[in-house]
Design a protein. Structure first.
Length: 341
């Protein structure tokens, strides 16, 4: 039986149940896949009409295996965890208090600067493969990367006593960097996608739909890392608080969007992989499965981090723990993850 770390349930009408020490996905009398609980790390439900047995939920809960539910556009709408994971009171108290002092300021600046630097580094990474074939494009993209990088220094120089006072300037710097980043990305994409530029909500073009779907998958991993670190996913710093808005998850995902999702999706596009939409303008089932598999595989890829090569999934979890130790006062400084290029 193959080792399955990420079980994807993406067929309408499927049933997820427990069979001995395995999770089994079936549809009618047909067995689709079985995943040993021993090696399973996550269950991802990406379609409607799926039934799950109470035994399967309990087996996942007892082993710390989260079950995430995503809509067709990739937006997560529910997650199931073991109830005990939310009982880390000391970290959550410190997290909430940090919003009112310099710790919140430091975290917001770190999340924003990490995102911007990773945008610049991904542009450099993509440009180096154009140097031999298109030197002019290489030079233009490298220049764009340097312009994006300058916003890191701008963010570093911002000062405030509370994060609420700093947020407008942070979002302004982040937004200007993003505009330059996406403009350079458009010039690098080889496929003729008639791309309208970056769109978030309500995107109907293939590339933006793929990016949004990939971010949804990454979101579930970031939420899991936050919960396992004892953090409250809804109490963030860079993103403003709103009812039902997982601000900390949106904060923490910023450091990993480019390295995990953007690089994966751009690579698929430039290799000519078809990103197909159905008649309703949504990603079709094969495309959703391909994106889920590729993004999850990317999370298992190694990056240099803290003097050794580690998987991005481990790096993400470690960064969440660093947030927790920083707000508790056990760590002097929080440093964002920045990928090499």
């Amino acid at each position: 039986m193959p080792i399955i770390q990420h079980l994807i349930v993406d067929q309408y009408g499927a049933f997820l149940g427990k069979h001995s020490e395995r999770l089994r996905v079936s549809k009618g009398k047909e067995k689709l896949v079985e995943a040993p609980l021993l090696t399973l790390e996550m269950v991802l439900v990406t379609t409607r009409g799926v039934s799950i047995s109470a035994d399967a939920v309990r087996a996942c809960s007892e082993r710390g295996i989260p079950i995430h539910f995503l809509g067709y556009g990739g937006k997560p709408y529910a997650s199931l965890y073991a109830a005990g994971l939310t009982g880390t009171v000391r970290t959550r108290r410190a997290q909430l208090l940090a919003f009112e002092d310099e710790r919140g300021v430091a975290l917001a600046k770190a999340f924003a600067s990490g995102k911007v630097q990773n945008q610049a580094n991904l542009l450099k990474y993509m440009a180096k493969y154009r140097k031999a074939k298109d030197l002019k494009l290489h030079d233009e993209v490298r220049a764009a990367a340097e312009k994006v990088s300058k916003h890191v220094s701008e963010i570093s120089g911002l000062r405030a006593e509370r994060v609420d006072e700093l947020r407008p300037q942070l979002l302004s710097a982040e937004g200007r960097a993003a505009k330059e980043y996406w403009s350079a990305v458009k010039s690098l994409l080889l496929a003729d996608l008639d791309w309208p530029g970056r769109r978030t909500r309500g995107a109907k073009d293939p590339l933006n739909s793929a990016l949004n779907y990939g971010y949804g998958i990454l979101y579930s991993q970031v939420e899991r890392a936050a919960v396992l670190a004892g953090l409250d996913p809804y109490a963030g710093y860079l993103h403003a608080d709103r009812p039902g808005k997982p601000s900390l998850v949106l904060d923490m995902i910023e450091e990993f969007r480019q390295t995990v999702v953007d690089r994966t999706v751009f690579g698929l596009v430039n290799k000519g992989v078809n990103i197909a939409l159905d008649e309703r303008g949504r990603l079709d089932e094969p495309t959703r499965r391909t994106l889920a598999e590729k993004v999850l595989a990317r999370l298992e890829a190694g990056e240099r981090y803290e003097r050794k090569k580690q998987s991005l999934r481990i790096i993400l979890q470690t960064q969440a723990r660093h947030v927790a130790t920083f707000v508790r006062g056990d760590r002097a400084k929080y440093t964002p993850f920045v990928a090499r290029w």
